[in-house]
Design a protein around this ligand. Sequence first.
Ligand code: ATP
Length: 473
Amino acid sequence: MSSASTRSAPDRASVPSAQMPDAEATVTMDKIVSLCRRRGFVFQSSEIYGGLGSTYDYGHYGVLMKTNIRSLWLRAMVQERDDIVALDSAIILNPRVWEASGHVAGFVDPLVDCRTCKLRFRADKLDDARCGKRPSKRPGEHSECDLTEPRQFNLMFETQVGAMQDESSGAYLRPETAQGIFINFKNVLQLARRKPPFGIAQTGKSFRNEITPGNFLFRVREFEQMEMEFFVPPGEAEQWYEYWIAERLRWYRDLGLRDANIRVREHDASERSHYSSATSDLEYLYPIGWQELEGIANRGDYDLTQHTEFSGTKLEYVGPDGERYTPHVVEPAVSIERIFVALLCDGYDEEVVGERERTVLRLHPRVAPVKAAILPLIPRDEGMASRALALYEDLRRHHVVEHDDSGQIGRRYRRQDEIGTPWAFTIDEQTLEDDTVTVRDRDSLAQERLPIGGVRTWLDTALEQPWRSPKGE
Ligand code: ATP
């Protein structure tokens, strides 16, 4: 959940440590990292300067895939609904916002330092950490470990606004997008003429000075959140909370995530923030074990009440017949990064085809960075080359497609398999005779012939179809 106090020590203490996945997984985080680097999805940020802890840059295919995830979320949250509107609030807000939300006082992780190896650990995650002296042990287990008492560490990045640097110029980079939504509640209520139940959805960068980052994009210091605050009459909060858990699970299923790899875990009272009456994590079975993919929280009226108190502006709903109340809030919150890694892990596959190994990303076609490849079988054949280019020029106006005429056809197919391109259209000798092309399916490797003039409609239709992973449920 995106709450201040959920980061505090007691809330974290009882989170069960990650279970390791069993047999099937040939998918490791190292394989995902190496594929991402090899194919230009993701790079270590500031690499030529030695990098910067847990920040990453996205290359071409990474940007395309992130864009697809964001658009699919916005499509489900905003475009296909009448009861949710979009918002894009600032990253740097009035610092009072973070006092009201509780982040200044409570957005903390408990930290311990080891005086021997000088490493710093999260006190509530010692089970997942490795001793600096002997990595096979946990911090505190080696005879030379000398751990300090836990100290609270605020995760917000501080900055200064304006040329003068004094106490009044201090500000923060937002650690979540949700507060930008709460402070705009009145604007949306009045100007978008909404009445509860209604929601406000926002995507954008959030920043957290995570102390034990790592595991690639899973825990980074700069990430893109997608949060939706759903404002409801108090008596309906429970029902909407259940609704959003089911709805978000359905969304992941529609994205093709396999049922066996996703589950709901309801927090017990000791994990929840004091104002939340219920919180559930949708967990994914990452190669590092079951971990939070998305949080869904029933936040009560805490946020609107706090901002009313701190700002002096009443954030409540007043009906036409004088009925008034502070709506309760149900919040599904996730980052693109966690979805990105989950989809890559779910789709990653290695197999031997015709005695050659191939790595293939079995991604939902709507998530895949490139929708189709257009390949002239013999690039130096002018007839094939010109038809391939013409098809490419036509398709690229509607979809992200690639034209590739370098190297053996087998190698070109494999390049596309590795980036998850669902279909390849090959222009060959027969095209010159009867104006048909071959379409090759990434997953089944089945090939069929289509009239070249029908390719665009074929692709449009194929992209609208539901998709389930060929790896099973
Ligand atoms: P965690 O327990 O893993 O630190 P959290 O409970 O602090 O997560 P929330 O405050 O609930 O996280 O944030 C909402 C969502 O934002 C999370 O479910 C996750 O998808 C994403 N998220 C949070 N922190 C990070 C991070 N450092 N890197 C990537 N994504 C993150």
